[in-house]
Ligand binder design. Structure first.
Ligand code: SF4
Length: 198
């Protein structure tokens, strides 16, 4: 059985993107294939080494501890979860499962919702096809590149989000202007930071 390296598992509200405000179990995988200068996530530490059964038991115990009345969604995040998620080993069957990925690998078919946040060029077409939601950090890509992407994939939900490296105050002015000019994009705010929750 595979052993998953996990950075943390916690229960909170989804802070950003299409599922904002939705109660979610976050399973943060350790390790990433990239080293973005603006990364705001401490994913290096391996807190747990779980096989599938141990991971699922941990999540069920967490939901019992939180006295959750019905099934919340699961969000696999990182780091980069597709370094470890595997097509042949579905996790947490029966839950609505989301993944937040930089597109290192195309997300397994058993994932119900894919948030693709590209960080490098060129943007792979197989990742775009698999995505439900595309979250672009402003301005890793030019306005023209973003507009072309939205034109080529009109069935996807597109978001733009400010880069927050924790070092500088964030300005949303250019993003607001961009979204007003290009209504196919929605502004994604990191509401968990505004609310000061995890
Ligand atoms: S892809 Fe995401 S998790 Fe990985 S280094 Fe870049 S910002 Fe951090």
């Amino acid at each position: 059985m595979r052993i998953y390296k996990i950075n943390e598992i916690f229960y909170s509200l989804q802070g950003e993107g299409a599922h904002v405000g939705r109660a979610s179990v976050f399973v943060r995988f350790a390790q990433c294939n990239l080293a973005c200068a603006f990364c705001d996530t401490d994913f290096a530490h391996v807190a747990y080494r779980f096989d599938k059964n141990e991971l699922e038991s941990f999540v069920l115990a967490l939901l019992e501890k939180e006295r959750v009345a019905s099934q919340p969604q699961i969000v696999f995040t990182g780091g980069e979860p597709t370094l470890q998620l595997c097509e042949s080993e579905p996790l947490l069957n029966g839950f609505y499962r989301c993944v937040e990925t930089n597109g290192y690998k195309v997300a397994p078919r058993w994932i119900e919702w894919v948030t693709f946040s590209p960080k490098t060029k060129p943007i792979a077409t197989d990742n775009m096809r698999r995505a439900n939601e595309v979250k672009i950090l402003y301005s890793l890509f030019s306005d023209d590149e973003m507009i072309a992407l939205a034109r080529d994939y009109p069935d996807k939900q597109f978001f733009v989000q400010a880069i927050d490296d924790g070092q500088r105050p964030i300005s949303h002015d250019s993003l607001i202007l961009f979204c007003k000019k290009n209504p196919q994009f929605r502004l994604s705010l990191q509401t968990h930071k505004i609310l000061e929750i995890r």
